[in-house]
Design a protein around this ligand. Structure first.
Ligand code: ADE
Ligand code: ZN
Length: 353
């Protein structure tokens, strides 16, 4: 694409309203906040500094990434820590014109570090309430079940999610070490969560093939799959997800950074989208990858070859796949449609290809 057209497209991407459905609180906290919290709580975070050469960190493998992630979680100890982290993350999303976000948090990590769920939720709730009031961005929360921590922690996480529904917890998710722990291990916990009214999502097909995605969908009843790369060679599975409207929350920069995919060129997002799957675009752990949701949209144009129409589809799919009441979705659709029309009238040359 010639430079002027790309400038216009990038400007449109910056301006457009967005939804973020797959973003981890602990992996999104700005590095300067992590350093402040680490100092306050006497935690050595030397290993967490982003590579200054590139501004983009590569972890080589998901397991290395999870070690770093765990160290970030350790920096959060007091109610104020969680509140500050939540405010910084949501303000950052707001500065990218994100209107609605589902933020994943990792209760097991806090539990292992001796932090009570009351501490976590008081801080997060206070932070989210403040930013909603001041900036108008709405947040809901997903409690992540770390696969590697076993059954009892999974049960506890589901119970805590249920206890905190009134504070905006809407779903439980499966995350962590996909390589060594299959979704089927957690059937009972997710069945209970569903029955009690929580939504269910799962990281699957991030570093394991289609069996993991089938497991998340059929055994856990996952309504959205995080990453889903492993489905790429399984026509039957792709068709199943399309027919059943199971969203795939994709995060290309994360996949390159953790080695889940070799390169952007190798990423299946364009293929999935053109097959008619409900694909959403997300940033996963942006501060750990030196990226942002806005960057992901730029990448989707520059590296994945999507055009403006496809970018708008990704954006609206975020509204479609969010765990939101219908009326709220309708309001977002109206707002997004108006914003797209305004952006298109202001910067037409790049956007009508
Ligand atoms: N926790 C935070 N980010 C994750 C990822 N990309 N995969 C699995 N668990 C995670
Ligand atoms: Zn994730």
């Amino acid at each position: 694409m010639e430079a002027g057209r790309q400038d216009n497209l990038f400007r449109a991407i910056e301006q457009m309203p967005k939804v973020e459905l797959h973003v981890h609180l602990e992996g999104s906290i700005p590095s300067r906040t992590i350093e402040r919290l680490a100092q306050r709580n006497s935690i050595d975070v030397a290993g967490l500094v982003i590579n200054p050469e590139t501004g983009r960190h590569r972890f080589g493998h998901l397991i290395n990434f999870l070690d770093s992630y765990r160290l970030r979680c350790k920096c959060l100890r007091e109610v104020e820590d969680f509140e500050e982290a939540c405010v910084d993350v949501l303000e950052n999303l707001h500065s990218q014109n994100v209107r609605y976000a589902e933020i994943t948090i990792a209760p097991t990590m806090s539990r292992l570090y001796g932090i009570s769920m009351e501490t976590v939720m008081r801080g997060i709730d206070a932070g989210a309430t403040r930013v909603a009031r001041e900036k108008g961005i709405e947040a809901r929360f997903i409690f992540d079940v770390g696969r590697q921590f076993g059954h009892e922690h999974a049960w506890q996480t589901v119970r805590e999610a249920l206890e905190n529904q009134a504070r905006g917890v809407i779903a439980v998710g499966l995350g962590g070490d996909e390589l060594h722990y299959s979704p089927e291990i957690f059937v009972k916990q997710f069945e209970f969560a569903r029955k009690e009214g929580l939504h269910v999502v799962a990281h699957a097909g991030e570093v394991v093939g289609s069996a993991s995605v089938w497991g998340a969908v059929t055994s856990l009843g996952a309504e959205r799959i995080g990453h889903g790369l492993g489905a790429r060679a399984d026509e039957q599975l792709l068709e199943y997800m399309r027919i059943h409207n199971i969203a795939v929350d994709m995060c290309p920069t994360s996949n390159v950074a953790t080695g889940a995919t070799r390169s952007y060129a190798d990423h299946p997002l364009p293929d999935y989208l053109r097959r008619g799957l409900l694909i959403t675009l997300n940033s996963d752990d942006p501060d750990m990858f030196g990226s942002s949701l806005t960057d992901e949209y730029k990448v989707s144009s520059e590296m994945l070859g999507l055009d403006w129409q496809e970018i708008k589809t990704l954006c609206l799919n975020g509204v479609r796949a969010g765990f939101l009441p219908d009326l709220y979705k309708k309001n977002l659709f109206d707002e997004f449609s108006e914003a797209f029309a305004r952006i298109e009238s202001e910067t037409p040359p790049a956007l009508n290809s």
